[in-house]
Design a protein around this ligand. Structure first.
Ligand SMILES: Nc1nc2c(c(=O)[nH]1)N[C@H]1C(S)=C(S)[C@@H](COP(=O)(O)OP(=O)(O)OC[C@H]3O[C@@H](n4cnc5c(=O)[nH]c(N)nc54)[C@H](O)[C@@H]3O)O[C@H]1N2
Ligand SMILES: Nc1nc2c(c(=O)[nH]1)N[C@H]1C(S)=C(S)[C@@H](COP(=O)(O)OP(=O)(O)OC[C@H]3O[C@@H](n4cnc5c(=O)[nH]c(N)nc54)[C@H](O)[C@@H]3O)O[C@H]1N2
Ligand code: SF4
Ligand SMILES: [Mo]
Length: 728
């Protein structure tokens, strides 16, 4: 019998509502849910691939153990026992910090994993924790903590009501938006313009978002802080600073005036690559627009001055009175108030406390930067990492200097991957523990509701029951935690066992119920009663909780509820900026070509590349280059070129286009799969491409936060020996 299940697509931040039709255990249709208050029927091509992964016979359902080059299936209890024993043995011999934990991106859409990974890391007792945050949004977290007192209190563009959207380092038309949950970006951007608004995009590449917008400016990679300071200088110089109601609770305006004073547009124009008139005009437009918002995403975070960028972007929104305002940069009021829950669980947004062994990069919220992972694995000496638990991630393809990381993994005493595919990282593991896939578990988006352009809430029960032999990520975490605590023994160990058992009985789903009940709609909601899991279970579709509303200063977590416009930690980092960009220094030393990444509509980081409907058609893993550079280097369209950086070399077909800035080249992120491997749980990939992260350099970081500087890697490009055939 056919039945339609309404769910949230768990694949990216857009949280589209989807309708899945099931017949006799098979998905026969996937479409957008027209009754979803956020996505209103939209979905992207990736949603249909949910079927391919859900039904993929190669997706692992049983743990695997590697014996030499051979993989053998093993039972859950045996696997969990052995994994816990081997992790425990390493920590006994080399200390708890010698066991590293890496948490990949898909956990952000998996409430059970997110919540119970904390219990697992507690029982592991290691400070050597890593996640994708330090390759992604860490600068936004650090900035939010510094300015608003809580790292999760990040403002979101009020996209559907703004008059001017300025996008730096994001391509939401393709990525479907990040830290800005707003499905169907194309329609939303068109609607913005139809109601008389404008979209300005500042990006070294003329992206799809730029094409949909009104104005696009190329920018030299990594020079965004200069542009932002010049915008601020102009606002002050032209007397256009107007904080409005924010003035009552904002500190640091005069500091910002002082530190930006020397960055007039003329001074930075040549380095940034945008004319002084254009910079000045943009500042004046921001000041004049009835409402405006500057939005900065991945491209401005993963730079040498990523934290400065995030700070200065927030600062412009404050100086123009657009923070916490309808049509500006506003804050959500989610049903599970992750900000309050995080605070309640003792999460801190402090930088430092301890730092990495080899390079001394600071920990943030209890995590070390991923840029240090390879060196912590392969640098000999006291304190070297000896074991790794890699969950829902693929750092060999997604972390900087992936080649070095891959080599380092082979030197480990023990490694376990928690993944249902033996990806390029998991193939180095001794065990692979496969969790259920998204449709076999329930779903509540604890993270994305917090970053949405409109408040909504929804709970999805599992679409199909997980088999009796299947385990969810959260169960794997607790099963390991309980075992590790038992092996530790003593009162602390046994208390841990008890805690783990209690949580396993309680379940993450009941935690969500609890969070809903104590949340801002626990007593009253648009449903006419307080929110709880039972109330949400009755709703087939997401529940609309209304638009973003002003909430400052009440919501601030700073002392005295003051908004900190010029936090000393960030102001101090301006010295590093001025040293880096001395008047002539930058141009004199500028490399001829620098590399940036890009995302494509049919990719999702490094996984799903084996799904034919996403990868059919020509090879898209090409190196983009401007015609002027191609002419100068005597390179031709389609020719195989070798791209070399300090750390590696890859070969890719050349694609010549004026959509990229002269002096900049681009390779897509997430490629470089092992093609046609015989290992189980390793589907073949038609267009494996090459890994961008074989070129990115783990030595290049935002020294303040430790975030990797993916953007602007100096490279050389030469003709490779062989021509790429037409079939690629
Ligand atoms: N050069 C460059 N590098 C980048 C980026 C870039 O723009 N440029 N982007 C960075 C960013 S923003 C990110 S977020 C990272 C992503 O980096 P990672 O998180 O390391 O990589 P993913 O490709 O997302 O890996 C996902 C893995 O999780 C598995 N998986 C999927 N769902 C589940 C699940 O429910 N449970 C478990 N246990 N496993 C699951 C998949 O099978 C896959 O193997 O890459 C970063 N790396
Ligand atoms: N289709 C698809 N969607 C995805 C993903 C995916 O892999 N594929 N990944 C998801 C994940 S994990 C994330 S975090 C989000 C990221 O979502 P976005 O932040 O939208 O990420 P990107 O598309 O990588 O856009 C980054 C932009 O920054 C530009 N850029 C690079 N260097 C600079 C610079 O120095 N200055 C400026 N101003 N711009 C620069 C790049 O050209 C690029 O257009 O996307 C998510 N959505
Ligand atoms: S944009 Fe695509 S992948 Fe993202 S949630 Fe929507 S349907 Fe899923
Ligand atoms: Mo990401």
């Amino acid at each position: 019998m056919a039945r339609t299940h309404f769910r949230t697509c768990p694949l990216c931040e857009a949280m589209c509502g989807i309708a899945l039709k099931c017949e006799e255990g098979l998905i026969t249709d996937i479409r957008g849910d027209p009754d979803d208050p956020l996505s209103r029927g939209y979905l992207c091509p990736k949603a249909v691939a949910l079927k391919d992964i859900h039904e993929d016979p190669l997706r692992l359902r049983q743990p695997l153990r590697r014996v030499g080059a051979r993989w053998e299936p093993v039972g859950w209890d045996e696997a969990l026992d052995e994994v816990a024993e081997r992790l425990h043995a390493v920590r006994r011999e080399h200390g708890a910090d010698s066991v590293a934990y890496y948490q990949g991106n898909p956990h952000v859409h998996n409430h059970g994993a997110l919540l119970m990974a904390m219990e697992f890391t507690r029982s592991l007792g290691s400070r050597s924790r890593f996640s994708t945050a330090s390759m992604d949004h860490l600068p936004h977290l650090l900035t939010a903590y510094q300015m608003f007192g809580h790292q999760l209190l990040m403002p979101v563009p009020d996209l559907d009501r703004t008059d001017l959207l300025v996008v730096l380092g994001g391509n939401p038309a393709v990525s479907n938006g990040s830290l800005m949950t707003a499905p169907d970006m194309t329609r939303r951007l068109k609607a913005l313009r139809q109601r008389g608004g404008r979209v300005v995009v500042i990006d070294p590449r003329r992206t799809r978002t730029a094409e949909l917008g009104d104005t696009h400016h190329f920018i030299r990679p990594g020079t965004d802080p200069l542009l932002l300071l010049a915008l601020i200088q102009t606002l002050f110089h032209e007397g256009k600073v107007a904080l409005g109601r924010l003035a009552d609770f904002t500190d640091g305006v005069e500091v910002l005036r002082e530190v930006s004073a020397s960055y007039n547009p003329e001074r930075v124009a040549a380095q940034v690559g945008i004319s002084a008139e254009d910079i000045r005009a943009l500042a004046l437009d921001l000041a004049a627009a009835p409402t405006a918002v500057v939005y900065g995403r991945l491209g401005v975070c993963t730079q040498e001055f990523g934290t400065l960028n995030c700070w200065l972007i927030n600062a412009i929104n404050v100086l123009t009175g657009n923070l916490d305002r309808l049509g500006g940069a506003a804050f959500t009021r989610p049903a599970v108030d992750t900000v309050a829950v995080g605070k309640w669980m003792g999460q801190q947004g402090e930088l430092g406390g301890w730092s990495s062994r080899v390079r001394g990069l600071p920990a943030f919220t209890g995590e070390l930067p991923v840029a240090t992972l390879a060196e912590e694995l392969d640098t000999p000496g006291e304190g070297r990492l000896r074991a790794l638990v890699c969950a829902a991630g693929n750092p060999v393809l997604t972390a900087p200097n992936g080649g070095r990381l891959a080599r380092a993994l082979d030197g480990l005493d023990f490694m376990v991957a928690i993944d249902f595919y033996v990806n390029e990282t998991a193939r180095h593991a001794h065990f692979v523990l496969p969790p259920t896939f998204a449709l076999e578990r329930d779903h509540y988006d604890v993270a994305m509701h917090m970053m949405s352009v409109r408040n909504t809430t929804r709970y999805c029960p599992p679409m199909v029951p997980a088999g009796p032999e299947a385990r969810h990520d959260w169960e794997i975490y607790l099963d390991l935690a309980i075992r590790l605590d038992a092996l530790r023994g003593g009162p602390i160990g046994w208390l841990g066992v008890l805690r783990g058992r209690l949580l396993r009985w309680f379940t993450p789903t009941r935690l969500i119920d609890l969070f809903l009940r104590i949340g801002p709609y626990g007593r009253r909601s648009p449903l006419g009663r307080g929110l709880s899991l039972a109330a949400l279970r009755e709703q087939a579709h997401a529940v609309d909780l209304g638009p973003l509303e002003p909430c400052l200063p009440r919501r601030l977590y700073t002392r005295g509820k003051r908004l900190q416009l010029a936090p000393p930690l960030l102001v101090a980092d301006l010295k590093r900026l001025s040293e880096r960009f001395t008047a002539q220094g930058a141009t004199a030393a500028a490399p001829e070509l620098v590399l940036i990444g890009r995302r494509q509509l049919r990719t999702n980081n490094s996984w799903m590349h084996h799904v034919p409907r996403l990868t059919k058609g020509p090879d898209t893993c090409t190196l983009l280059m401007h015609p002027e550079d191609a002419r100068r280097l005597s390179l031709r369209e389609g020719q195989a070129v070798a791209v070399c950086s300090r750390v590696g070399r890859v070969t890719a077909p050349l694609e010549i286009t004026d959509a990229i800035m002269p002096g900049v080249v681009s390779l897509p992120h997430g490629f470089g799969q092992h093609a046609g491997d015989a290992a189980p749980g390793m589907p073949a990939v038609t267009h494996p491409g090459v890994s961008l992260n074989d070129l990115t350099d783990d030595a290049r970081v935002d020294a303040l936060s430790g975030t990797i500087a993916f953007s602007g890697v100096p490279v050389t490009v030469v003709a490779a020996e062989a021509e790429v055939s037409a079939t690629g």
